[in-house]
Write a protein that binds this ligand. Structure first.
Ligand code: FES
Length: 114
């Protein structure tokens, strides 16, 4: 029987009304947490909001989130065959699900009327 990782993922666009979802993900040694999240988007739920760019270089920092209460890069954090809790960064403005506003204010796109 193949092993699985259980990802407990925070979902929502409002910290006061979000909820937790559990997803079973096939586990293979060497995979990253980001690999697991991308698997969920392809095979289970394309609405899961995640952000990434460089995939595995720890260079863009787009994939920062909290794993079991610690800030990590999802692309370099290793997937493990256990329950792993993933949440948006607590100290950044929430966009949705695991995505927060991490760009410095001067680099954000200015949208008229917002
Ligand atoms: S995707 Fe670029 S640092 Fe993780």
């Amino acid at each position: 029987m193949s092993e699985t990782a259980t990802l407990k993922i925070w979902r929502g666009a409002d910290r006061n009304s979000g909820s937790w979802e559990l997803h079973e993900v096939p586990f293979e040694p060497g995979q990253s947490v980001l690999d697991g999240l991308r698997w969920i988007r392809v095979h289970r739920d394309p609405t899961l909001a995640i952000r990434f760019s460089c995939i595995n270089a720890n260079a863009c920092k787009e994939c920062m989130m909290e794993l079991d209460g610690e800030t990590v890069y999802a692309c370099t954090a290793r997937l493990e065959p256990r329950e792993m809790t993933l949440a948006p960064l607590a100290n950044k403005k929430l966009v949705r699900d695991l995505v927060t506003e991490i760009a410095p204010p001067a680099e954000r796109l200015a949208i008229k009327g917002s």
